[in-house]
Design a protein around this ligand. Structure first.
Ligand code: SF4
Ligand code: SF4
Length: 198
């Protein structure tokens, strides 16, 4: 005996009432009935959807700059910061004539996030010095194939003509931090745009 917490179990004879089960059934029905008059904890999803928090962290987006060039410079800081090791990428050098496609001289020719590993902590967003990656209010859709949870650039980079609004995730603290002149050249929004959004 390792502790003094053990108890001797005695096999008690059941009384007549216990043997006919009716009191136990009635007690169970009383609990079931009491739930009819309580507020439901569930909703009829997908017909009814609960409102999301404005700072909900869902599917990532890789942003483009105002001219449509990809902001990511494949520095790898997001991958290093990721506690789930969900991000991988291959860096390539921008060629002459590709300035309209990639903002920096180095870019990610392959960029992948494993959504099954991701815990949506947002550390990749915090680590990014180029304001290239953000988490959004979009849910990662479910699927039966594991391979479909590896999101490449086709799913991550925003479309030129269909930009993803990430301004909700820009909390006051984040905005104040970004006032630092050191990061000015990377800012996604101008001061005027930010004022309009908040
Ligand atoms: S949200 Fe967190 S876990 Fe997911 S990719 Fe970013 S750093 Fe990794
Ligand atoms: S998303 Fe940001 S942190 Fe990650 S590789 Fe691109 S520039 Fe670097």
């Amino acid at each position: 005996m390792l502790t003094n917490r053990s108890e001797v179990v005695v096999k008690k004879e059941m009384s007549l009432l216990e043997r006919i089960y009716i009191p136990a059934i009635l007690a169970g029905m009383r609990i079931t009935l009491s739930h009819f008059f309580k507020r439901k904890a569930t909703v009829n999803y997908p017909e009814v959807k609960r409102p999301f928090s404005p700072v909900y962290r869902g599917q990532h987006v890789l942003k483009r700059d105002e001219a449509g060039a990809e902001r990511c410079t494949a520095c790898g800081l997001c991958a290093v910061a990721c506690p789930a090791e969900a991000i991988t990428m291959v860096a390539s050098e921008r060629k002459k004539g590709e300035e309209n496609l990639y903002r920096e001289e180095k870019y990610a020719s392959i960029y992948e996030i494993n959504m099954l590993r991701c815990i949506f902590c947002g550390l990749c967003e915090d680590a990014c010095p180029k304001e290239a990656i953000f988490l959004t209010d979009r849910i990662v859709p479910s699927t039966f194939k594991r391979g479909e949870f590896i999101y490449g650039k086709d799913k991550l980079v925003e479309k030129v003509d269909k930009r993803v609004d990430i301004s909700k995730r820009q909390t006051q603290t984040v905005l104040e931090f970004k006032q630092n002149k050191k990061f000015a050249h990377n800012r996604l929004y101008t001061d005027k745009q930010l004022k309009e959004k908040h």
